[in-house]
Design a protein around this ligand. Structure first.
Ligand SMILES: *[C@@H]1O[C@H](CO)[C@@H](O)[C@H](O)[C@H]1NC(C)=O
Ligand SMILES: *[C@@H]1O[C@H](CO)[C@@H](O)[C@H](O)[C@H]1NC(C)=O
Ligand SMILES: *[C@@H]1O[C@H](CO)[C@@H](O)[C@H](O)[C@H]1NC(C)=O
Ligand SMILES: [Zn+2]
Length: 533
């Protein structure tokens, strides 16, 4: 009788097939602060957040805008990166906050492009910098231009101006900072108008069977076309796209151009012709020594992308925070203000290679850059952080609080073998099954190594982007307009509103002043797409 009752109790305890109690078993982990065991701790945490939210309407106009972009910075990446940040400081981790996670306003952006359910970094850059959704692989041209259609892209009615151009046209300054090549898709969204993001130098245009004199490559546009030639600060990697293949750069790498042009030299000559003071730098020492009162600064720190910060020689290659500081120091000299774009561009690359540790560490670098900017930028600066698209990394299992986020989940598979807390649905980390089924990842020689690939479900040479929404974080004048769930292409319009830039409504004046107030329109059910105008 006793045994029967006990059995019934056990059966009831296990009754939730989906959330068995048994899986919350301990496996290492850091214990949370005992204060968390009190109700008062959580009440105080919530009331402080509520107070901040009640003050989130900021009707002032922004003088400057700094937009941070985490390439591939999906919401699971944010959650895992903050846990890692806390764990690196010896805490459980989940309670930590990345620098921008303290911003008072958040939103969600929909990232699809005109011809892509799951987008690339080119069409999304055109959306979040130009305010227009376009075709995947294209930059600064409307969806009337198909990827690779050089002829169509020459029709200037397809051209889209970015918010960097709006800022310069308004007498403010603009700059771009990235850890990728400065000609890569995200930063190129600020200045390029091109039918294929891969056309970074004339060699790529030629390889596509096209005439580089007609269809100018991205590096050429950056140096010679508006608004690239008016960007006050250009910092990142990508020397190879600027130098001829006959030239070896400062670190011994050969250029890629086939037209014999030295675009770094041409950039200098252009600034000299305008009597503008300028510096070109190629390493950290050069960056730190460059005069802060130069009119123009070009820094190219690698032949291709900058290195992952965790793998770079920090004495020779500047951090994203240092690049951001150098940019703010120069752009802040314009009393009218500025637009600065700062990209943590290699979160995306680490994800593509199924390297979660590097993806999270690059995210923490981006967070440090945001913290630096939040400290240095004037109070009338709008700070924004978002991502271009998601990735397919998942943060899964039922681990205890404080379980190492880069390690094994607290439970095991039905096969008794462990699995990682962070894994991917696809990519190069696929492990073929053998006679014993799924291999035990914890037995691999590389287990726990900095470049250990996470396991995946579907083998692919490169992990794919994800199609879900990305987060938007805002702090500063106009911050309140970034709340909600909206098309990614609204972002420049919202920034333009907050900083009084570009077409449409502005925080500091009506966009289309009318002589007399218009009569109230009859309530017509408008299509959703037209609702914002
Ligand atoms: C577009 O091109 C036409 C013809 O080349 C030119 O007349 C016009 O000024 C251009 N418009 C803009 C906005 O550049
Ligand atoms: C540069 O490219 C040209 C054209 O493809 C080629 O003939 C030449 O050998 C290349 N030079 C070097 C140094 O690779
Ligand atoms: C540049 O400066 C020199 C000397 O001050 C002056 O003669 C020249 O006209 C200036 N050129 C331009 C394009 O402003
Ligand atoms: Zn990518």
């Amino acid at each position: 009788m006793r045994a029967a009752v006990l059995l019934t109790c056990l059966a009831l305890a296990a009754a939730d097939h989906y959330h068995s109690e048994a899986v919350w078993t301990a496996r290492g982990g850091v214990e949370p602060d005992p204060l968390e065991h009190t109700a008062a701790y959580w009440h105080a945490e919530a009331q402080a957040a509520l107070a901040a939210r009640l003050e989130s309407v900021d009707q002032r106009a922004a003088r400057s805008v700094i937009m941070f972009l985490g390439d591939g910075l999906s919401v699971p990446t944010l959650a895992a990166a903050r846990a890692l940040q806390g764990q690196l400081q010896g805490r459980p981790g989940e309670e930590a906050r990345l620098a921008f996670e303290t911003f008072p306003v958040t939103g969600l952006a929909k990232t699809y492009c005109v011809d892509a359910q799951i987008p690339d970094s080119a069409c999304t850059a055109t959306a979040y910098l130009g305010g227009v959704k376009v075709n995947q692989g294209t930059l600064g041209v409307t969806a009337a231009v198909r990827r690779g259609d050089c002829d169509a892209s020459l029709d200037n009615s397809t051209h889209i101006d970015s918010i960097a151009a709006w800022a310069i046209q308004d007498g403010r300054d603009a700059g771009i900072v990235t850890t990728t090549r400065v000609t890569h898709a995200s930063p190129a969204g600020a200045y390029a108008k091109i039918a294929n993001r891969l056309w970074e130098s004339d060699a790529n245009v030629r390889a596509a069977g096209l005439d580089p004199e007609r269809c100018r490559d991205i590096a050429h546009q950056l140096v010679h076309s508006f608004p690239g030639n008016r960007l006050k600060v250009i910092l990142g990697g990508g020397r190879r796209e600027f130098l001829p293949n006959s030239t070896v750069d400062e670190e011994g790498a050969r250029g890629r151009r086939l037209d014999g042009r030295d675009l770094v030299g041409e950039w200098r000559a252009d600034k000299r012709a305008r009597n503008a003071s300028h510096s070109y730098v190629w390493d950290r020492a050069g960056l730190l020594a460059a005069p802060a009162d130069d009119d123009y600064l070009l820094g190219l720190f690698e032949s291709s992308h900058m290195q992952y910060h965790a793998e770079a020689d920090a004495a020779r290659e500047p951090s994203l925070a240092e690049l951001t500081e150098a940019a703010i120091a120069r752009l802040s000299r314009n009393p009218r203000g500025y637009f600065l774009f700062v990209e943590g561009g290699r979160i995306d690359h680490a994800h593509h290679d199924n390297l979660p540790r590097l993806a999270l560490l690059e995210t923490l670098q981006l967070s440090e850059a945001v913290a630096r900017a939040a400290r240095l930028a004037a109070p009338d600066t709008l700070l924004l952080l978002t991502a271009d698209h998601a990735h397919v990394m998942t943060y899964n299992g039922y681990s205890r609080r404080g379980n190492p986020v880069l390690g094994l989940s607290g439970d095991a598979g039905r096969d008794g073998k462990p699995y990682l807390t962070l894994s991917y649905t696809n990519g190069p980390g696929y492990r073929p099954h053998d006679a014993n089924g799924r291999p035990d990842i914890s037995l691999e020689n590389e287990f726990g190594a900095p470049r250990m690939r996470a396991h995946v479900d579907v083998p692919l040479a490169s992990e794919t982007h994800g199609g879900e929404d990305v987060a938007v974080f805002a702090r500063g004048p106009g911050q309140h307009v970034f709340t909600g769930l909206y098309e990614q292409s609204q972002l420049p319009h919202l920034m333009g509103y907050a900083a009084c830039l570009g077409p449409g409504r502005h925080a500091c004046r009506p966009a289309h002043p009318r002589a007399a107030p218009a009569p109230a329109p009859a309530p017509v059910p408008a299509p959703a797409a037209a609702a914002r105008r």
